[in-house]
Design a protein around this ligand. Structure first.
Ligand code: CUA
Length: 311
């Protein structure tokens, strides 16, 4: 049984908001000051009033003031920002650890008890540390609601921490361009009440068990190895993708040679879709799939037979 202790203290969200507010307030004051002075001088030193220009006199104290004041303000911004940076880099010791894997083009989250999900679940008020790895290219985990973002770099482990303070979902984005489906590399962090989270955390992972069971099927294992499953989901919709479950026998409207036509998803259609994905494209979709190459007749039939049965 896991019991968590709760700490009070600053979070990245407060730190970032405060620095942002600090910079905005200073910028607005300076904007008003500079604009006001410009208008004032334009009127005061107008040619009609001052037909003759006067030489500018040396005013050392004025120069000192306009050098020192901005220097102090900028240093203030730096130190204020640096405090926030230190806070973000120092993970509280009582943090719950979640391992994050980023890949083209999805996220996976693994908890201390081995539970794995594609959505991040956390209890409210608890410090959470994300230990992140990428298996392919550089990705960046970005949770705007918590004001945190950190790159995932292949061959290196990076981290982030946050403390969720309101119950409900928040978006997770990939903030580093990582290929064709970068924009679909989305997930969510679901903040739950502590008791609900504990229940969820303890629960026998039915979904995971079902997913593990599916992976034992040779056709599914093959599709996974082939990379099909990084864009196509088996039973849960990813982005705009239609899950493969129950696809066999459906009717679809496709565009072929610029013309719309209705086809039914049968063996022949699936073969064409795998070998020449760009020829008949489902209406409203953009083809992003490369033709499946070096696939044997046997392997092709294995996939098709699986999809036939997978209802
Ligand atoms: Cu992963 Cu962009």
């Amino acid at each position: 049984m896991n019991t968590y202790t709760y700490t009070v203290g600053g979070t990245a969200k407060e730190a970032v908001n405060n620095v942002f507010l600090f910079i905005v307030v200073i910028s607005v004051i300076l904007l008003l000051l500079v604009t006001g002075l410009m208008i004032y001088f334009a009127v005061k030193y107008n040619r009609k009033r001052h037909p003759q220009s006067e030489p500018v006199k040396q005013k050392p104290w004025l120069e000192i003031v306009w050098t020192l004041v901005p220097t102090i303000l900028v240093l203030g911004m730096f130190f204020y920002g640096y405090e926030g940076f230190k806070l973000m880099r120092n993970v509280p010791e009582d943090s719950m650890i979640v391992k994050v894997i980023g890949r083209m083009w999805d996220w996976s989250f693994e908890y201390e008890n081995g539970r794995r999900t594609d959505r991040l679940y956390v209890p409210i008020g608890k410090n959470v540390k994300l230990e992140m790895k990428s298996v392919d290219v550089v990705h960046s985990l970005y949770i705007p609601a918590f004001r945190i973002k950190e790159d995932l770099v292949p061959g290196r482990e990076t981290y982030l921490w946050f403390k969720p303070q309101t119950v409900g979902p928040a978006d997770i984005f990939c903030a580093e361009y990582c290929g064709q489906r970068h924009a679909y590399m989305l997930s969510q962090v679901m903040v739950m009440e502590v008791n609900e989270f504990d229940k969820w955390y303890q629960q026998e992972d039915a979904e995971q068990a079902a997913a593990d069971e599916l992976m034992k099927i040779p056709a599914v294992k093959f599709m996974d190895d082939y990379g099909c499953l990084s864009c196509h989901s088996l039973n849960i919709p990813i982005g705009e993708q239609i899950p493969l479950k129950g696809i066999f026998g459906r009717k679809r409207i496709v565009i072929k040679d610029g013309k719309e036509l209705e086809v039914s998803v049968d063996e022949e259609y699936l073969k064409r879709a795998l070998l020449e994905p760009g020829v008949e494209v489902v209406k409203g979709q953009v083809n992003m799939m490369e033709p499946v190459e070096d696939i044997s007749e046997e392997e092709l039939n294995m996939i098709i037979d699986f999809l036939k049965e997978y209802k």
